[in-house]
Design a protein around this ligand. Structure first.
Ligand SMILES: Cc1cc2nc3c(=O)[nH]c(=O)nc-3n(C[C@H](O)[C@H](O)[C@H](O)COP(=O)(O)O)c2cc1C
Length: 114
């Protein structure tokens, strides 16, 4: 699994001053930067699970385009409810369709290739 929660509060519009790890949208860019680093630093046979701030099909698309093999969400599931996984997958498939991408292999790594 690429990342967990963060103690960085710099992306919060308002910091309520609570202790503990931060998850969800404020984590998205940091998680994606870390995933991108891990993709470039790991051997090609290492399976990377992209996690952090996935709420939509576009967020999922970005993680796979960066090089994730699998993805996980927690906070997005809390906010969007039990149907979240199915909805996000439908959004993701609709985007693949729009862009004419036929497989995950075709998408994976397109955001990190030179
Ligand atoms: C309430 C809560 C409990 C969590 N418990 C664990 C845990 O026990 N072990 C773990 O590795 N990660 C734990 N996480 C981290 C999540 O698995 C995930 O890496 C992180 O929340 C970022 O993903 P998200 O933005 O989709 O929530 C927890 C996150 C939350 C919000």
């Amino acid at each position: 699994m690429a990342t967990n929660t963060t103690l960085d509060r710099s992306k919060l519009a308002h910091d309520p001053g609570e202790a503990g790890g931060l998850s969800g949208k404020p984590l998205l860019d940091l998680a994606d930067e870390t995933l991108q680093y891990l993709v470039t630093a790991s051997r090609r046979d290492v399976i990377l699970i992209g996690v952090g701030g996935i709420f939509t099909g576009d967020d999922l698309y970005r993680k796979i385009a960066l090089g994730a093999h699998l993805c996980q969400l927690y906070t997005g599931f809390v906010y969007r409810g039990p149907a979240a996984a199915g909805q996000i997958l439908r959004e993701f498939l609709a985007r693949l369709d729009r862009e004419g991408i036929r497989s995950l292999v075709e998408l994976r790594g397109t955001a990190t290739e030179a």
